[in-house]
Each structure stands twice: as C-alpha cells, then as structure tokens.
Design a protein around this ligand. Structure first.
Ligand SMILES: Cc1cc2nc3c(=O)[nH]c(=O)nc-3n(C[C@H](O)[C@H](O)[C@H](O)COP(=O)(O)OP(=O)(O)OC[C@H]3O[C@@H](n4cnc5c(N)ncnc54)[C@H](O)[C@@H]3O)c2cc1C
Length: 401
C-alpha cells in the first residue's frame, strides 16, 4: 500500500491548515485547545460561533454530496482535515453529533424533505443535535429500548426516558430511537424519530460527572411531540437506521484524531522534562511506548481507510475503537502520574468563568474524562464481541432468556 499523499491531497492539507491557523491564531484564539475531553462545558457561545465559522467556509459535511451542500470530499481528505484540526488545536466541536452522527444518517437514510429541512442547518451550524439511544435498561443492549411513541394524527406522542444524552441541554433536536409497535420485541418495531427539544413534554436533568461538570443528561419524555414525517427510514425501520448511525460514529473523524493525542503526549512529555522524569527509567519507557503506539495507530488508521473504501468496515472500525480508547485511557493515567502529587490537587489555571467552578487542569480533565472512552460508542467488551464474530468467526453470543 502506498502511504504517500498525492499532490491534490497535499494541496487540500495546505488549504485546511491555512484556514485553521489563520482563524485559531486570530479571532478564535480564545477557543484554541479548549472544549476537549472533560473540558466540554467551557466557552459554549464562542465554540458555537466557531461551529458557524466552519460552516461559513464549507468545512462541515466534507464528505457529503455536493447536491446537499457538502464538498464531496474523499475519506482521505476527511481524515486529512481531522488531522489538521487536531494539530492546530481546534476546539471540541459543539456540532460533533451533528456532523458525525445525524448528518451522515440523513444523507444516507433521510427522505428528500428531511434532507432539505435539516442538512442546511447542520452545515451552517445553526441547529445542534443530541442522540437519544441509551436508556436505564438499554445501553450495550440497545434492542431493549422501551421508550414508546404512539401515533396521534400526524404526530407521535413520546413517553419514556433516555439517559447519558450528551449535550441535550444545548441541543434543539434529538434523534430518538423508540418503540412504535407496542407488540414488538427487541430490534423489530422500532423507529428513528426526530424530536424538537424545546417543548413542554421534555424534561432535561443534568448528570454530574467525576469532572464536576455535566456533559450528559437524563431526558424524560412525557407526551413530547414529533412529526410522523420526521421518522427517518420509515416507521418500523429504526434498528437499521440506528445501526447506520453507529457505523458513522466509529468512522472517519476518529481516524484523524491521533494528532490530537500527539499534542496531548507532547504536553505530557514537556511536563515530564520539567519534572525531571525524563531520566527516570520507568517514565522513559512509558513515554516511548505511548509514542510508538501512536505511530501504530496512524498506520492502522490508514489501512482502515483503504478497507473503508472497499467493503466490510465493522471489524476494522471495532479494532480501531478498541485500540484508541485503551490508548487514550492509558494516556490519561500517564498524564496524572507525570504530574505526581500535584495531580491530586484541583488548582488548575483560571481562563474562563467556568474554570473558577472546576479548577482542574487539562491533564486532570484528560485523566478523568478518558475513563469514558472505553464505554461510549460501544464498550470494549462489545467491540471484542464484534471482532470475535466478524474477524474470528466465533458463534454469536448465546441469548439470555
Ligand atoms: C461520555 C459518555 C457519553 C455518552 N453519550 C451518549 C449519548 O449522547 N446518547 C446515548 O444514547 N448514549 C450515550 N452514552 C451511553 C453509552 O452509549 C452507554 O454507556 C454504552 O452503550 C454502555 O451502556 P451502559 O452504560 O448501559 O452499560 P451496560 O450496557 O449496562 O454495560 C455494563 C458493563 O457490561 C458490559 N457488557 C454489556 N453487555 C455485554 C456483553 N454482551 N458481553 C460482554 N460484556 C458486556 C459492558 O461492556 C460494561 O462493561 C454515553 C456514555 C458516555 C460514557
């Protein structure tokens, strides 16, 4: 496999780099490097303005077809953009669910009216979305969803509870996986419904995390309304659409993220230098190991790209998810180990009003937040099950009766 970039790819990289360096060095300097793991609560208004700046310059929806306002960029180009984004210290995206999950889902499964209604506002960053999948009894076992939607004229009336709903407190819309056939069981009889968040039938309760902040929420539906014609993929086809969304979640954006990890490792290595740990044999080993793992991750990402372009992606994306999630959790541990006793003191820099309430530094946030990496988007155990079945040909898991 030829891993060199073509002149066109190099030109695309230069264009992305120039845009990002210009904006993040100027008007948006405040958000540079902020809003990442465990830091997602800060500078919301500024980061929302940044999302819209990306949209104005056509950097959202890179891979979407041009007829829907995307750039029609190849997977390689998308990964190049995500790499440049991470390298330049691009802030955590308030539109991460928009671009990574619901956008590609609508492009793939939405009808024409849904595309025309929703895609432009994802592309210009004016509407934000959240993902209504997990419930108290349906996480890894998503087919156990019990939130119900009952037909009432040309609307659904939704009753039930979702949990761990990231960014629900900011979102204008939620894609809700719910049971529209009351007699159905498991993955049959589910629908993928688009519900507006600002309405009387929805209550959002924040969940406080170990970082002290609340990235995610419980969301209660008590007769919330959604239009029937906002059912993606048609009534009863929710499972297929929901699985499609998950495949996008494990797709291109995660392949470019190792440059963000490299920045984090750079910060940790600088701190190790200052703390005199670069002559400690154990820390030297751990730093070098992390650097090597990042190299392997990059080559694996490139290899995955070629598979993504040609066929069954599920096992490759599961391998990638498992690999980066474990690496990143370990990097968080290395970060606080390098801080030594200081890592135990909440005395981080105060750069924003939110920092006053949660004075953790970025290393501490990385440590705390990265515990979640091996859970969301499919836990480690679930990824291994997928790999067991799709790569090793193991029999499917026995069903619990
Ligand atoms: C930071 C964060 C953000 C999130 N954001 C969202 C969001 O925006 N929207 C949303 O809908 N959800 C979200 N989630 C929820 C996430 O999808 C679930 O946490 C995840 O699917 C696991 O489900 P669970 O928490 O119910 O754990 P469970 O499924 O109950 O799992 C508990 C443990 O059992 C293991 N396990 C479960 N089943 C099996 C099996 N068959 N074989 C082997 N081991 C198994 C799991 O690996 C885990 O270790 C988020 C989670 C986190 C941590």
């Amino acid at each position: 496999m030829d891993l060199r970039l073509s002149p066109e790819h190099e030109a695309f990289r230069a264009e992305a780099r120039s845009f990002l360096d210009d904006r993040l060095g100027g008007r948006f300097a405040k958000v540079r490097g902020r809003g990442g793991p465990g830091d997602e609560h800060v500078l919301f208004d500024e980061r929302w303005a940044w999302e819209q700046e990306l949209g104005r310059h056509n950097w959202i929806g890179l891979g979407w077809p041009t007829e829907y306002g995307g750039r029609g960029a190849s997977l390689f180009e998308q990964v190049i953009f995500y790499e440049e984004y991470a390298r330049s210290g691009g802030p955590g995206r308030v539109g991460i669910v928009n671009e990574g999950l619901i956008g590609p889902t609508l492009v793939h499964f939405g009808d024409e009216a849904q595309k025309r209604r929703f895609l432009p506002r994802i592309l210009d960053g004016t509407e934000l979305w959240c993902q209504g999948y997990s419930e108290p009894n349906a996480g890894s076992d998503l087919a156990n969803v019990s939130t119900k939607a009952v037909r009432d004229g040309d609307e659904w009336s939704i009753h039930g509870q979702k949990v761990w709903t990231s960014l629900a407190h900011w979102a204008q819309w939620c894609f809700v996986v719910c049971r529209t056939d009351p007699e159905s069981k498991r993955h049959k009889g589910l629908s993928y419904v688009l519900a507006p968040m600002d309405q009387p039938g929805i209550e959002i309760r924040p969940i406080v995390q170990i970082t002290g902040t609340s990235e995610f929420n419980e969301v209660f539906f008590d007769g919330a309304r959604a239009r029937i014609d906002h059912t993606v993929g048609g009534e009863g086809n929710g499972w297929k659409v929901a699985m499609g969304t998950l495949a996008f979640e494990r797709g291109a954006s995660t392949l470019g993220q190792q440059l963000g990890f490299e920045r984090e490792l750079g910060t940790i290595t600088d701190l190790a230098r200052r703390n005199g740990l670069t002559s400690d044999p154990v820390f030297r080993q751990r730093l070098a190991e992390a650097w090597i793992t990042l190299r392997v991750m990059r080559f694996h990402a490139l290899r995955t790209l070629s598979v993504l372009e040609h066929g069954d992606v599920s096992r490759e994306t599961s391998i990638h998810k498992l690999f980066w999630a474990n690496f990143h959790r370990g990097l968080g541990e290395l970060a606080v180990d390098v801080q030594g006793a200081n890592g135990m003191i909440a005395d981080g820099p105060i750069e924003t009003p939110e920092d006053e309430r949660y004075p953790l530094d970025l290393m501490q946030r990385l440590f705390l937040y990265s515990r979640a990496d091996t859970i969301y988007g499919g836990s480690n155990q679930i990824q291994r099950n997928v790999i067991g079945e799709r790569a090793l040909g193991l029999p499917p898991e026995p069903k619990v009766v």
